[in-house]
Design a protein around this ligand. Sequence first.
Ligand code: NAP
Length: 309
Amino acid sequence: MSSAPYNRVALIGLGLIASSMFWAIKRAGIATEVTGYARSSETRDTARKIGLCDHVFDTAAEAVADADLVVLCVPVGAMGAVAAEIAPHLAKGATVSDVGSVKRAVIDAVAPHIPEGVHFIPAHPLAGTEQSGPTSGFAELFDNRWCLIVPDAGADADAIARLAQLWRDMGAHVDEMEPDHHDLVLSVTSHTPHLIAYTMVGVADDLSRVSESEVIKYSATGFRDFTRIAASDPTMWRDVFLSNKDATLEILGRFTEELFALQRAIRKGDGDHLHDYFTRTRAIRRGIIEAGQDTDEPNFGRQTTSQDT
Ligand code: NAP
């Protein structure tokens, strides 16, 4: 066992991210006890059945008692109410963190409930899948992914360092970012792309009703990749858009302008515009591969016997 940054970690909400954290902590071999709580008895029963957490409690109050780190792993819109529920039961000197995909709204909702003598250090692991629930997690989810720590001004340096150490133990790279900047960057890299995928799949769904499911039957990789993203949890993503409204609307505005420019180029037969644009965007993909954030294998390394594009 290597040294652990915390003696007891409490995970509140037991879905994809919390269950991946638990398996990653256990894989790291650090001597940290992990307690858990989820609001539904069904999720708690499943967690107990699959050995998710060392102890699953029936109340959030019991789960956080004596924890030196409490991580809120619930949808962004539920963070404030959960923080209010656990606040009276937090140990002095403990750290409260979260994994929410939006940071300013979570800070505004949670910070007022954090008692004197307890640290609040928000964070966001940039890792996920379209799966959700207690059985969807796996230890490797955070490997080689970024976890952004988003402390408010004046946050305790030692509390930040301990949280960063835990994320490194779970396989992630760690960086710090300012909350509003985080929300703008994530709006570009994650939130707006999800909205576009939801829209494209919605359009295809409308069309498939008139084309007798040919859209599904002959779906090629471009559309299939959109459907994977658009299968993401509806509650989580509803909350992301409602709580990162300004940045999403800003990026959607820019997206619409670019889309109109491409639409005009197609109508006018302006091949140079299209070619220049696609050459620029291709370089972005190369940058992501060089940064080690995706594979350069064809078709994302999927096993296929034929080329379908
Ligand atoms: P998930 O698999 O859907 O699990 C959500 C958990 O939160 C469940 O245990 C659920 O309880 C609980 N919950 C839902 N609504 C609640 C409410 N109103 N009050 C109290 N508990 C509630 O979600 P996840 O993917 O782990 O996401 C958790 C957090 O991580 C979110 O804030 C999300 O923004 C963030 N995040 C997600 C991803 C991703 O790709 N999925 C990536 C990075 C960060 P029950 O099971 O009892 O219903």
